[in-house]
Write a protein that binds this ligand. Structure first.
Ligand code: COA
Length: 155
């Protein structure tokens, strides 16, 4: 488990190609994201290939939001995702954070519950998007997502 910097942008893009909400991102934007001071964690193979990635949006005191947890398809269901979630929770820079939060598909609720996350009462997740309103995703991207996973939502 180690921080993931800009030099791994191509490898992050390879993982981003495997998830419906990240696959349309631009490599230059992802490189800029990797340059930011927000925590990133990756799992690399002994021959130094990135096979799992997660990043965190945080103020380092009150909130930390876990985003873009993606494990390379051939490496799934071997505990890597769980190790990354634990690495976030135990991250030295996040020790003082009160709430570690995330949003996920319904299917993954039991998975995150098994890692100590619970749905807070009376809380709904909301979004105001700068580029695209919910429900007005460009037709080609929306069609591709529906075909891929039966979902037309954007994470
Ligand atoms: C979700 C994900 C990160 C899990 O990583 P992983 O390394 O495969 O997970 P672990 O090995 O730690 O845990 C495996 C367990 O997770 C749960 N799980 C994994 N993928 C799941 C899915 N798509 N739906 C429901 N449960 C799932 C199961 O309980 C599974 O146990 P099982 O193999 O005995 O059924 C990985 O499948 C992935 O990258 N998926 C695509 C991207 C994604 O959806 N990320 C989540 C963002 S919120």
């Amino acid at each position: 488990m180690s921080p993931v910097g800009e030099r791994r942008v191509d490898e992050v893009m390879r993982l981003y190609a495997q998830a419906w909400w990240t696959r349309d991102r631009d490599a230059r934007d992802v490189a800029a994201m990797l340059r930011s001071a927000q925590p990133t964690i990756g799992a690399v193979t002994p021959d130094d290939r990135l096979v799992a990635f997660v990043r965190v949006l945080t103020d380092f005191r009150f909130k930390a939001v876990v985003v873009d947890l993606i494990v390379d398809a051939p490496h799934r269901r071997a505990g890597l995702g769980g190790r990354l979630v634990r690495a976030v929770v135990e991250h030295p820079a996040l020790k003082a954070v009160e709430d570690v939060e995330l949003y996920c598909d319904e299917d993954l609720v039991p998975y995150y519950a098994s890692h100590g996350f619970a749905e807070p009462p009376r809380t709904r997740f909301m979004r105001r998007s700068r580029s695209r309103a919910e429900g007005t995703i460009p037709l080609t991207a929306a069609a591709k997502r529906s075909a891929d996973d039966g979902s037309s939502r954007r994470k």
